[in-house]
Design a protein around this ligand. Structure first.
Ligand code: AGP
Length: 364
């Protein structure tokens, strides 16, 4: 493929920097200020049907699965519908109970990932209602699903997903807002989320301006053999995705854990040579997350904190602009895309085409 690199050295760098405009695109034409909701023309379910949904099950692979984890939390928070995400391959091989009151959502950048497609086909055969959150228009998963939300990230060429991950999370925020507003989310909360969504492009641009700092931090932390990524609740999918990004392009070993699970085992790994990246937003779990930072420091672990204010206990802090708490995960991972990028760059890796990986896995 030869797309214009637009003056960037790699597609990954270009795609990271395209995020403000990409998010602008996923929002465009969809916000309905009058009813403090969104219009999702391709959803294919009416408001009465949306009200009848008892559960949401999200399936996808890799980064799509991680974006689905953020999506599940958004749907639970905004629409108060029980929701969870699962890797599509696990889902299809465990013979899941297919329930008529559950809304299934298949997530994919390419729309061609075989495990996700096969799961969709099995669900359809069993009469389930399946929506797609897909980037490539007219792809196999887009065609096989009953409707859905296009992600509109534009073409993503780099094997590792960046802008599509972010746009997928935003697409889920739209879906969650829509489901919320046909159920119990108030007009005031609908407005609050809409205002938050509108702030995202500008806030993404602000984050991208800190690239020089992140490059310096990458040089300092990127020499590690192994890294730990931790986050709680909203921060956990962010940690998962950041750890995957680092592994894929730098080949540095990385673990992602819910912060609360550290003391149940992985704390044994913490030492000065194994730095931790901690996601520490200023939300209702700030105090809990501060305790995690202390837990790591007490074992002489070096810390990079990503949050909304300086954390003196950490060796480095990346400060990200604050949005509404539900939308914060969309922003918190973006500097960590740059961290993975600059770490891999220093190591001389082939960033756009990492070893052993393909852009879409269309085989079993
Ligand atoms: C992301 O950086 C990965 N290369 C990979 O995990 C990817 O997200 C996964 O293979 C799913 O692809 P899809 O979104 O095209 O279905």
């Amino acid at each position: 493929e030869t797309w214009d690199m637009g003056g960037h050295d790699t597609y990954m760098h270009k795609e990271i920097h395209e995020q403000p405009e990409a998010v602008d695109r996923v929002l465009r034409g969809r916000i309905d200020d009058r009813f403090a909701t969104v219009r999702l023309g391709g959803l294919g379910i009416d408001n009465r049907e949306a009200r009848a949904v008892r559960r949401v099950k999200i399936i996808g692979c890799g980064s799509a699965y991680h974006a689905g984890m953020i999506g599940a939390q958004l749907i639970e928070e905004l629409a108060r519908i029980p929701a969870d995400a699962e890797p599509a391959s696990e889902f299809r091989y465990r013979n899941p109970v297919v329930d008529p009151d559950t809304l299934y959502v298949a997530v994919s950048q390419s729309g061609e990932t075989y495990d996700t497609l096969a799961a969709v086909q099995e669900l359809k055969r069993k009469g389930a209602r399946v929506l797609g959150v897909v980037n490539v228009v007219g792809s196999a998963i887009a065609r096989e699903t009953d409707g859905g939300v296009y992600v509109h990230a534009g073409p993503e060429v780099c094997v590792v997903s960046t802008k599509c991950f972010t746009n997928t999370a935003v697409a889920f925020a739209l879906l969650a807002l829509h489901l919320g507003r046909v159920r119990d989310l108030s007009v005031a909360d609908g407005r609050r989320i809409i205002e938050g969504l509108r702030r995202l492009p500008e806030q993404l641009s602000e984050i991208l301006k800190t690239e020089e700092d992140i490059r310096r931090i990458a040089a300092e932390f990127g020499t590690a053999r192994s890294m730990m990524f931790v986050g709680r609740v909203r921060g956990y999918p962010v940690a998962r995705e950041a750890s995957l990004k680092l592994k894929e392009i730098s080949y540095i070993h990385a673990e992602a854990y819910p912060a609360s699970e550290l003391k149940h085992g992985p704390l044994a790994l913490i030492e000065p040579e194994v730095p931790s990246v901690a996601i520490v937003p200023n939300d209702e779990l700030l105090e809990k997350n501060r305790a995690t930072l202390e837990e790591i420091k007490a074992r002489s672990g070096r810390i990079l904190a990503v949050g909304h204010q300086d954390h003196p206990i950490a060796d480095e802090t990346i400060i990200v602009p604050r949005n509404e708490p539900e939308l914060d995960p969309i922003l918190l991972g973006v500097p960590l895309q740059l961290l993975a990028y600059h770490t891999a760059l220093v190591m001389g890796r082939d960033i756009d085409k990492p070893r052993n990986l393909a852009k879409s896995v269309t085989v079993e």
